[in-house]
Design a protein around this ligand. Structure first.
Ligand code: 3HC
Length: 688
């Protein structure tokens, strides 16, 4: 056994050399790893007793990609191309042994091996697109040479992690090894290569299958909506097109496009988001080794849209759920909706009917709160009324076993006050799911004054288990996400009174990268949420629209008119109503520039984010960005509101807020933190 360097070992099994990488946590291709690979292969190739070489990784995974934290820094050590050339041109067969995830640069390394062997649980993918990049180590040219142009387009623009079985079917993996016996399997395969004198196959020498101009045109058209605003998908497509050229020419295209993306603002933002998402899990005053409360059984109170959606998250990962309602009819309806959701997923081919039944088998409905006695976690998801919530928590306190977590899904109420209803306030926490709760990735975990470390740590870990991105926030009106949304909504409403039409505001925010603007969103959700026909007195624009039965998309009209294909069309009726209101209030409607719309909807949000930080209701600026990206459709390539503010420059944000404050009042008053950062020449990124 020989250590090549601190992360690489070279050992031998007879005439098979084994290069083992061990660079936790994910064997990313840092300078040290590249050096180890380069020297390891050099030594193995030079050793006459070696006839073939297996590359394998220790720990949880094969190489999961380039080391993202090194991007933008000075390049050190052997380059990835040096390593790949050494492997591909090796006169001795090279077999890559894959477990965990072979991603990005990791898969690109494996693609320069002559053969790939994987265990069934392994996955392969080129997820660079999610970092605003493309595979920049030959992956764009080699992948289509194995899987064909169409499949490569799909894999590279989705970043999907493809299961080993599918990889085998596509030829990306040559053979499977038994789970847990990867090394044995890979060594046996290397022996077979020697015994059967199998050729040293270079992927680069193959031809690309498929890839007519029609295929690319159709792919672009089919995905135009999904890729809107992003630079990386189109660059990935161009690389696949270039894979039809001779290999070296294609590589040049890849290099040029890669460097363009790498030095651009979008990839910088997306890489920032990658680390921000992981940082959000780190809670300074909750030690990493805090004991977790085992959650084996979940209780949910309320089988409405929220309760049902929340339940599905746990059923999906095999955790039994008991759901409580007050009336049999409501319970039946709630359970029926869950079943229907699963069946619809099955119809789309994403679940088997057997899986649907498995999930439904884990679900129990009841009218008895007592059935939650042995739950490890109870989530209350009833309507927003403090008195009723406190009553429910008081009852839970008497029923549910000690040690369990008592959570509220409130999106607005003071959870500290809810916690006064129990004798164990340390067990209480907010779990603010976003609707639809089985789809939306964000979970605001709301700590109260008394939430224990165990309750916080368990909530954060559980969130990851159910596929959510959790952000820990403090109790304040609207918590982080909605508190900032109120600012935007306020200005959206003001702007239409001053002369911008709803479709102007929506267009500006859509062009900025949001999936839809606030008025289109209201039409989708329904304008009549919280509206009452009996008591409505036409006092707001919304009241008047609803009174005309313009209650949103569901009635074919709201702020917009809708045609039979649900296309939104600016409505003269809405325009009339708005103008009437403005006249009544003595407001002179004027032309409002797109720039003003953007500044007045976005800058107050940034200002509110700064206040949230000042008050300690979010741990760090990047946590706020994660909330807005995952809960409100903030375009990920703009990195979230606080990252965006740093890019625009805080002096500019401050100057514009002051200007609006002078013209329109203290709604725009800059926060003390913003003033301080500008005075110190700092950005949100500099906050510790
Ligand atoms: N570079 C640097 N650090 C990385 C990394 C990478 N490629 N991948 C993961 N890490 C770090 C994470 O930041 C995290 O650090 P922390 O513990 O300090 O927070 C740690 O590894 C563990 O990561 P996760 O918490 O994400 O662990 P999971 O087990 O949930 O997921 C994973 C593992 C699926 C590998 C996931 O980390 C992942 O998707 N990583 C990124 C993969 C990727 O994008 N690869 C392509 C990189 S770009 C590239 O290769 C360019 C090339 O074409 C030239």
């Amino acid at each position: 056994m020989a250590a090549i360097n601190s992360v690489t070992e070279l050992t031998q099994d007879g005439d098979i050399a084994i290069i083992t990488l061990n660079s936790p946590p994910v064997n990313a291709l840092s300078a040290n790893v590249r050096d180890g690979l380069f020297e390891g292969f050099k030594a193995a190739i030079a050793d006459d007793s070696v006839k073939a070489i297996v590359l394998i990784c220790a720990g949880r995974t094969f190489i999961a990609g380039a080391d993202i934290s090194e991007f933008g820094g000075a390049s050190k050590g052997a380059s990835l191309f040096d390593v790949q050339n050494m492997m591909e041109n090796s006169p001795k067969a090279v077999v890559a042994a894959i477990h965990g995830t072979a991603l990005g640069g990791g898969l690109e390394v494996a693609l320069t091996a002559h053969y790939r062997v994987a265990v069934p649980s392994a996955k392969c993918g080129l997820p660079e697109v999610n970092l605003g990049l493309l595979p920049g180590a030959g992956g764009t040219q080699r992948l289509p040479r194995i899987v064909g142009a169409e499949k490569a387009l799909e894999m590279m623009t989705s970043g999907a992690h493809v299961p080993a079985k599918e990889c085998l079917a596509m030829g990306l993996v040559d053979a499977m090894a038994e789970e847990g016996k990867l090394l044995e399997g890979a060594v046996a395969f290397a022996r077979k290569v020697l015994d059967e004198k199998m050729p040293l196959k270079k992927v680069r020498d193959r031809d690309v299958v498929g890839g007519s101009p029609e295929v690319f045109a159709a792919f672009r058209k089919a995905n135009a909506r999904k890729f809107r605003g992003f630079d990386a998908p189109e660059a990935n497509i161009k690389c696949v097109e270039a894979s039809l050229l001779p290999f070296e020419e294609g590589l040049k295209v890849e290099r040029t496009l890669f460097m363009g993306l790498m030095t651009g603002a979008q990839s910088a933002a997306q890489r920032y988001v990658f680390f921000a998402e992981r940082l959000a899990n780190k809670i300074p005053d909750v030690p990493e080794d805090t004991a977790e409360i085992p959650v084996k059984k979940v209780g949910i109170i309320g089988a409405g849209t929220m309760g049902g959606g929340i339940a599905m998250n746990f059923l999906n990962v095999g955790i039994p759920v008991t759901i409580v309602e007050t009336k049999q009819e409501a319970l039946d309806r709630g359970l029926g909706v869950i079943r229907k959701n699963y069946e619809n997923t099955a119809k789309r081919g994403r679940l088997t009917m057997e899986q649907v039944e498995q999930r439904m088998g884990l679900l129990t409905g009841t009218l008895e709160l007592e059935a939650l006695a042995d739950s490890d976690l109870v989530i209350e998801a009833i309507f927003e009324n403090m008195a009723v919530k406190k009553e429910v928590f008081g009852k839970l306190d008497a029923i549910v076993k000690q040690g369990a977590i008592l959570a509220s899904n409130t999106s607005a109420l003071n959870i500290d006050e809810i916690a006064t209803a129990v004798k164990r306030p340390e067990a209480v926490i907010g779990l603010h799911f976003f609707s639809p709760a089985n789809v939306m990735r964000l979970l605001e975990v709301v700590r109260t004054d008394h939430s224990s470390n165990e309750v916080i740590a368990t909530s954060m870990k559980l969130a990851k288990k159910i596929g959510k991105v959790a952000v820990l926030v403090g109790v304040c009106p609207g918590f982080v996400g909605n508190r900032m949304l109120f600012q935007r909504q306020n200005q959206a409403q003001r702007l239409v009174m001053e002369g911008a039409m709803p479709w102007d505001v929506d267009r500006v925010l859509y062009d900025f990268g949001f999936p839809m603007g606030p008025f289109a969103m209201s039409d989708l959700a329904g304008l009549d949420i919280g509206w009452n026909k009996e008591t409505s007195k036409g006092e707001t624009i919304r009241d008047q629209l609803c009174e005309l039965d313009r209650r949103g998309q569901k009635t074919g009209a709201g702020y917009y008119d809708y045609d039979e294909n649900r296309n939104a069309i600016p409505s003269p009726v809405t325009e009339e109503i708005i103008k009437g209101f403005a006249a009544k209030q003595g407001l002179n409607q004027r032309d409002i520039s797109d720039e003003e719309i953007l500044e007045r909807t976005i800058f107050p949000m940034i200002n509110e984010g700064a206040k949230i930080l000042e008050e300690g209701k979010a741990i760090r600026a990047s946590d706020i960005d994660i909330v807005w990206i995952n809960g409100y459709g903030w375009p990920v390539y703009r990195g979230g509101p606080m990252h965006y503010a740093d890019l625009v420059g805080l002096p500019k944000v401050l100057e514009r807020l002051k200007q609006y404050q002078n013209e329109m009042g203290d709604f725009f008053k800059p926060s003390a933190l913003l003033e301080k950062l500008v005075a110190e020449g700092k950005g949100f990124k500099d906050l510790k």
